[in-house]
Write a protein that binds this ligand. Sequence first.
Ligand SMILES: NC(=O)C1=CN([C@@H]2O[C@H](COP(=O)(O)OP(=O)(O)OC[C@H]3O[C@@H](n4cnc5c(N)ncnc54)[C@H](OP(=O)(O)O)[C@@H]3O)[C@@H](O)[C@H]2O)C=CC1
Ligand SMILES: O=C(O)C1=NCCCC1
Length: 346
Amino acid sequence: MSAPHEHASTAVSPHLSFEALSALLEKIFLRHGTSADVARVLAQNCAGAERDGAHSHGVFRIPGYVSTLQSGWVNGQAVPVVEDVASGFVRVDAGNGFAQPALAAARELLVQKARSAGIAVLAIRNSHHFAALWPDVEPFAYEGLVALSVVNSMTCVVPHGADRPLFGTNPIAFAAPRADGEPIVFDLATSAIAHGDVQIAARQGERLPAGMGVDSLGQPTTDPKAILEGGALLPFGGHKGSALSMMVELLAAALTGGNFSFEFDWKNHPGAKTPWTGQLLIVIDPGKAAGQSFAERSQELVRQMHGVGLKRLPGDRRHHQRARSQANGIELDAQTLANLQELAGL
Ligand SMILES: NC(=O)C1=CN([C@@H]2O[C@H](COP(=O)(O)OP(=O)(O)OC[C@H]3O[C@@H](n4cnc5c(N)ncnc54)[C@H](OP(=O)(O)O)[C@@H]3O)[C@@H](O)[C@H]2O)C=CC1
Ligand SMILES: O=C(O)C1=NCCCC1
């Protein structure tokens, strides 16, 4: 098995190590005006998504980050302000910057509180989240903690029973440790499909399955362009996904002091793509719970699920792809790599 290349040497299927891809992305962020800290955090986040095959939130997002920074919509130099407000509550004002550096700034305090109180909440406001949500929760599970996070995005989802969009695609991510193997992690948009996947389908000229969205007249469509150009998405699972999306708006925006998905207006910032909203994280120390070890119990649940024929747990595909990327390098197509190198000024 060949080792990951540090640089692409051929035009066909270059493979990069995580470190090489992170370094390239870091250059792009720095070149487009972020601080060194922000560049490092975003680069690692995005490279991690690409490594794990989370393509809707991997390097596909880099042009959107760049155009957003160029538009002046987000502050790439923001320094998050962390407030220790109660024994189980931390607040962060991200300063119109990205959400991931805000989480990084508050993380140590959050873990300390979760370990001492058993549970702690982190409320991030005035923040932009343009990434997958699992990287925000999974690391807690590697430390033996249970974590749940929600973030709202931009108006593009019609609440069940309504005629016009209001909610964002509003993902929910959850991570829990287990005794053997990778943590149990799921991360899902509360829309029938993530906005990023609609963009990818439009770019590739593919149709979507039925039931994902409507056109500008509110009629069901499988054409991703009709959804993106005046149409909207639907929640997953009808009224159930719609209720969860509403909950995300309440927790990520109303509770944090961030914007609802419908409350910001980026039309004076052409090129802006990052929703200016809020994010909530809840971290629980299962060591404070009564009874058997949580990790043993979660392992037992997994064992039982496998016992009834379940082949794939949420997170399995990602972890398999991670192992492949670690062995062979992260595969990018040659044109994508060339585009990234150009954005990095190489
Ligand atoms: N920042 C933001 O505002 C937003 C970000 N997003 C991001 O978009 C990404 C994609 O979301 P979405 O399209 O809803 O995700 P998917 O529908 O692809 O997957 C959702 C979850 O279900 C798991 N899963 C998928 N198929 C199966 C299966 N057959 N059996 C068992 N588990 C399965 C996935 O695990 P696995 O990963 O292993 O496939 C994942 O944990 C997420 O990372 C989300 O955070 C979405 C909306 C807004
Ligand atoms: O895929 C999505 O849906 C989104 N991802 C990043 C932020 C905007 C919505």
